[in-house]
Design a protein around this ligand. Structure first.
Ligand SMILES: Cc1ncc(C[n+]2csc(CCOP(=O)(O)OP(=O)(O)O)c2C)c(N)n1
Ligand code: SF4
Ligand SMILES: [Mg+2]
Length: 351
């Protein structure tokens, strides 16, 4: 059996959000992942974030590659558009869908094998082009689906379940995203829903390429001592630089903070990210300082989490290509096909 359908019945008094949906309306099929897999917690965080954002499920397109992580879109947003692509190819399929229909919100779900091994080139090009999407990598340091081989994000010197020592240097997707020009870069932990949910909300509301690396332990193949992607390791080495609250226009501010403790960063769509600084010297608006900080702290074995970098004036691929404002499926034949005389002119200009 590859999936289990959930019973449709639910309690009539379940709370609805502003667009009239209950949290259940954002769920998918019953997960078939191993009990305790970090990926299931990320699915729960996505469900929570989309429900709280009052997004109508049909406005979301969820795309993934291949892997346990890439199976997860089946377990959330059952009424959204979905495309389970080929291993490592989610970013290019998502780019095409986004260019054709810019009115949807794009959620790319991938694994560390999917994005840092076979799909590294695809990941890099989606980031550098500024494809508007929330790109989530469920990072467990192994190829879970194919039984636990080291992936490209496994740390040098970390051990497999059978005690084999990894002799390769890791690919740091956060470092790459920063270097390639992503305008929202975060790292989180599947075991920290309080941190993860607002990060997903911020990424979904962001106006450009938003990337979240979520350390997501594989309980079957990579949760032993000697692993740097286990629940214990991440709990002991987690260094959160900030906590964010996601605020929509008119949200009530309930907490009070000491001066200098909070930075408010408005996003292009009117939402606001309120950053509570946990490390006074960390500036999430300085890309180069963020790269430096990550490098230094990573070398000490720390897992730095939180919103690491944000460019609130982000633009996306549609802006740089100057594409038309309307989704292609809303255009008529006359606009989609301007006729042979226009084509002749284009061809003549290329001669
Ligand atoms: C082109 C291609 N090569 C290899 C595979 C075999 N394969 C399937 S999933 C996978 C790795 C998945 O690892 P990851 O993306 O980290 O996901 P996880 O299962 O750990 O969540 C591999 C190598 C494949 N399906 N297609
Ligand atoms: S093999 Fe690992 S990654 Fe895959 S479902 Fe099981 S615990 Fe999760
Ligand atoms: Mg993996």
């Amino acid at each position: 059996m590859t999936f289990i359908t959930k019973p449709r019945l639910h309690h009539p008094t379940l709370h609805t959000n502003k667009v009239g949906y209950t949290r259940r309306d954002y769920e998918g099929r019953i997960s078939t992942l191993c009990a305790g897999c970090g990926h299931d917690s990320i699915s729960a965080a996505i469900i929570q974030a989309c429900w709280e954002l009052d997004i109508e499920p049909h406005r979301v397109a969820k795309l993934s590659g291949i892997g346990c992580s890439s199976k997860t879109p089946d377990y959330f947003l059952g009424a959204s558009h979905g495309f389970n692509t080929v291993h490592g190819r989610m970013p290019s399929v998502l780019t095409g869908a986004n260019l054709a229909n810019r009115s949807l919100l794009y959620l790319g779900v991938s694994g560390d094998g999917d994005s840092a091994s076979i799909g590294l080139g695809q990941f890099a090009n989606a980031m550098r082009r500024g494809v508007r999407m929330a790109y989530i990598v469920e990072n467990n340091g192994v190829y879970g689906l194919t039984k636990g081989q080291f992936s490209a994000t496994a740390d040098l010197g970390s051990k497999s379940k059978k005690g084999v020592v990894n002799s390769d240097s890791p690919v740091d997707l956060v470092g790459l995203a920063l270097q390639l020009g992503a305008t929202f870069v975060a790292r989180s932990f599947s075991g920290d829903k309080e941190q993860l949910v607002p990060l997903i909300k911020g990424a979904m509301a962001h106006g450009g390429a938003a990337f979240i690396d979520v350390i997501s332990p594989c309980v079957t193949f990579n949760n032993h001592s000697g692993s740097t992607k286990s629940y214990d390791y991440v709990r002991h080495h987690n260094e959160a630089v900030s906590r964010i609250d996601f605020m929509t226009p008119g949200s009530e501010v309930t907490a009070t903070y000491a001066p200098g403790e909070v930075v408010e960063v408005p996003q292009h769509d009117g939402t606001m990210l309120r950053l509570r600084k946990l490390h006074a010297d960390y500036d999430p608006t300085d890309r180069y300082a963020a790269m430096n900080y990550m490098q230094k702290h990573g070398e000490r074995g720390e897992v730095v989490t939180g919103l690491l970098y944000l460019d609130s004036l982000a633009t996306d691929l549609h802006t740089s290509l100057n594409t038309c404002a309307a989704p292609l499926n809303s255009l008529g034949l006359a606009q989609l096909c301007p006729g042979s005389s226009v084509l002749d002119k284009v061809n003549a200009a290329l001669r």
